[in-house]
Design a protein around this ligand. Sequence first.
Ligand code: PNW
Length: 468
Amino acid sequence: MTSHVFPRPFLFGTATASYQIEGAVAEDGRGPSIWDVFSHTPGRTNNGDTGDIACDHYHRYQEDIALMRDLGVDAYRLSIAWPRILPGGTGAVNPLGVAFYRTLLEGLRAAGIRPVITLYHWDLPQALQDRGGWAERSTAEAFAHYAAVMATELGDLVDTWTTLNEPWCAAYLGHGSGVHAPGITDPALSVKVAHHLNLAHGLAVQAIRQVLPDARCSVTLNLQVARPEDPEDPADRAAARTVETIGNDVFLSPMLEGRLPEELVAATAPVTDWSFVAPGDLAEIHQPLDVLGINYYSTMTVRPRRADDPDSSGGHGQTGHSPWPACDDIAFLDPTGPLTAMGWNIEPQGLTDLLVATSRRFPDLPLMVTENGAAFEDRADQDGHVADPDRIDYLHDHIAAVGRAREAGARVEGYFLWSLMDNFEWAYGYSKRFGIVRVDYRTLARTPKASFDWYRGLIATRRLSERP
Ligand code: PNW
């Protein structure tokens, strides 16, 4: 039986994000974010759920650190809430916000856990949205200022600085399909936002390195794996390439190659002429990175759209708008085969393929899987215990997929499980549970699931056998 080994310094970790777990949205000087406003707008989230309390991590972080110490993780990927640090987006720094994260990071360090920080996991200060948000270049400049403040205040405690989490979601779900904050449905604007997020990334990396010349800098992308329905059909293959160009190269090419690919400009021509790109922008965006974070959950299958196809919104639409700009002529097919509770198909080989292809394209750039995991219909017993064999299988098969990628030569240096605990799953509210720790949202009690014990065992042995 084949087995995969993950010797140190390979990092095993878990991941969370500020708005999804912290709660305490009006405490200690935190300003409102676009997700506070969005989740409080009727009809935007399942059941009207908000992050007002979430997992109450803001008050229970010590218990959560203790859980991770017990789990034995090498590292923890968390995000900082910009509106806790700069309640107005720019201007005065809130010392209580800084103090919260200092205490949290010190607690992680004391537990022997390396903090991998994300500066932007979608909670933009509402004050900046009121001035146009990511539609404005000035938001990218404000982000660089925030990054400099964080490098100054927390530089001694952070292992890795990640600028953005999944700009694909912030741009295309936030401004295309509108299922995420700020809930805008404008394909042309969604591409402009993608550019401003790229700019924010590049300016922030420069700002961090001005304070901390040796800072380890990164960005996390949810790279898309698009499969052609018929791999032999050139039109299906072209459709898959277009999706990957618009979903991936829109970030990878400016950030890692300093260019705007001709295919991207051509593919998006129906909605934008890219006139918002100023001279010098690509050089600002193109900064050396120490590691690239990749979030992976699933794959998609596409082909050209046919006249008799039903309306398809890219598999992500509850609003009737597609997140995919300029992709009206592409059909995103309903997934077949085993699915998670999100309706996402389970295809571990997609992760191997993605890691191998990305490492071939950027051979000098180490990769980390910064999110991978699954929501299933958990059932808790009287004591809150959850037996979650589906999640264990999913994790097993995807970590094995990372092992196969490494053996094929991909430079993968870490794996972060999404998520440490059940949390606010954006538009789905609390209805989808990704945690390896169950959260009872009435009592806020945490109870490790069977998958927690399984992951602890894996981390202890750093060895995984392929299933027969
Ligand atoms: C990621 N999609 O979100 C985020 O980084 C997490 O905050 C989130 O909880 C996790 O994945 C699980 O969803 C995504 O529609 C949200 O393609 C939506 C999509 C992808 C990622």
